[in-house]
Unconditional design. Structure first.
Length: 260
């Protein structure tokens, strides 16, 4: 994978290293950390159109969830008819079942380049000097269980990082749940008022919604596990990137509620 991203990782290295050199006279030892945060935020700013497109796709999926569930119930024994009806619904709404996923997938190469840069001891055959910098005396190239181990300043810095990441993960899952599960909507159709089938159709009850919610939760906390075994520089990048994602989701949700 690294050979695939070799050239962009090298370019990103020169960008961050150059920015670190500019900030060093002002921030001293914190220049590299500030450069990691600033460049990560710059990349996420460039990718914002894709992020908001993905969030809009997720919002549409949540809005259509009651209708999709009704179609699944109605055509449960007619898979071909079900596929046609779902395709027609997506077409009428001007979207697709991949609208909330594809834009995130398109961001993956850019985010992978940044992560590889901050976890690679060498870039283009040369030492990654960014990892020789430090945060409060802890080198950016060290791991949580390496060096001085989990005790002392080394352990405190990593503990703070992991706690902050876990907090962002918790907030992220809450926001994702708010965005993907709108209020229950009564089932459509003349049979909706008859018998036990008159119960409200809740998007959270669909297999897709349940699976998506579980996947989001697992993947969110997986970031903490990755940071625990990655260099400190990569952990700082993950913290910054996740914080940015959370801010994007919060902004999108507030704007969506204002429109409604």
């Amino acid at each position: 994978m690294f050979s695939l991203f070799g050239v962009p990782v090298d370019a990103a290295y020169h960008l961050v290293a150059g920015f670190t050199g500019i900030l060093t006279p002002v921030l001293g030892g914190l220049a590299a950390v500030a450069a990691i945060v600033a460049v990560t935020m710059a990349v996420r700013t460039i990718l914002m159109p894709l992020s908001f497109r993905a969030l809009r796709g997720q919002a549409v999926q949540a809005r259509l969830a009651p209708q999709l569930l009704a179609l699944r119930q109605r055509y449960a024994k007619q898979p071909e008819r079900l596929q046609r009806e779902m395709s027609a619904l997506y077409k009428r709404e001007g979207t697709s079942m991949f609208a909330g996923f594809t834009p995130f997938l398109l961001q993956w190469p850019f985010l992978s380049v940044m992560y590889l840069l901050f976890r690679s001891p060498q870039v283009a055959g040369r030492p990654n000097t960014l990892l020789t910098r430090d945060l409060f005396g802890v080198p950016l190239g060290t791991h949580w269980l390496s060096g001085a181990g989990p005790l002392g300043v080394h352990g405190a810095v990593f503990a703070g990082l992991l706690v902050l990441l876990a907090g962002l993960c918790w907030l992220s899952t809450r926001l994702a749940r708010l965005m993907s599960v709108p209020p229950a909507v009564p089932a459509a159709g003349p049979k909706a008022a008859a018998g036990p089938k008159a119960a409200a159709v809740t998007p959270a009850g669909t297999p897709t919604a349940a699976a998506t919610g579980a996947l989001v939760k697992v993947l969110s906390y997986l970031t903490v596990v990755i940071a625990a075994f990655a260099p400190l520089a990569a952990g700082i990048y993950l913290l910054t990137s996740m914080g940015w994602s959370l801010a994007e989701r919060r902004f999108f949700l507030r704007r969506q509620r204002a429109v409604e």
